[in-house]
Design a protein around this ligand. Sequence first.
Ligand SMILES: C[S@@+](CC[C@H](N)C(=O)[O-])C[C@H]1O[C@@H](n2cnc3c(N)ncnc32)[C@H](O)[C@@H]1O
Length: 236
Amino acid sequence: MNKIYEPEFVKQLFNQMSGSYERMNYITSFGFSIRWRRQFLNKLGKSDEKLNVIDLLSGLGENWTYLRNNFPNSSFTALDFSDEMIVQSRNKGNKVFKNQLNLLCEDVLESQLESNFFDIISCAYGLKTFNSQQLDILAKEVSRILKHKGKFSFVEVSKPKNKILYSAYRIYLGKVIPVLGKLFLGNPNDYKMLWIYTENFENCNRVKEIFEKHHLKVDIESYFYSCATGIHGEKI
Ligand SMILES: C[S@@+](CC[C@H](N)C(=O)[O-])C[C@H]1O[C@@H](n2cnc3c(N)ncnc32)[C@H](O)[C@@H]1O
């Protein structure tokens, strides 16, 4: 396996970035990441029922306030395998969910999550660090843990189709961001990796095909000229 997709490599990368990740996420997407986040979470709808909701690859808990607002009476679980991300998100979790968040430090590809349990799965900006084989396992897991008719929504930064936009994006993410990383955060290489993953990932087209093989009805969505793409749908 290409080293950059090995779980230990990815985990270490995010452990190292955990202190600066939220700010850089905002900068790398020109502030769009917040808008895309709201848009991809809206695909899950809203409900006052008591549902089981899980945020996969939860990072610093960037999705949590939206999820709490959209599903005010639900039970929440969040999962990430970076212990640093988990440590740094714990306070936010306690605040947003009033100490009721089930925060798990586990690998999503080999988790102990209960089968047919969740009504809602969200996942932001976590697809790019998986290769096709891992995406297949992820899709299988999503299908396993979702209830019948349970909903999911994923979003990921993508390679825009428009050539001008693509060139601008490549220079910005591949060259400018690592320099900003060095100036402000002291770790240019970690942030260079984000563009390498994005280049390899391309967009959610492949993810859609993979998810469809696992009893999942999937729609694809493009955000701002495909600078981000997402998939959403339900278990059939
Ligand atoms: C780019 S961050 C996204 C964080 C957050 N969801 C957001 O919206 O910004 C990706 C997160 O996925 C986690 N991650 C990557 N692969 C994972 C895996 N196999 N199992 C669990 N977490 C994983 C990383 O530790 C990291 O916190």
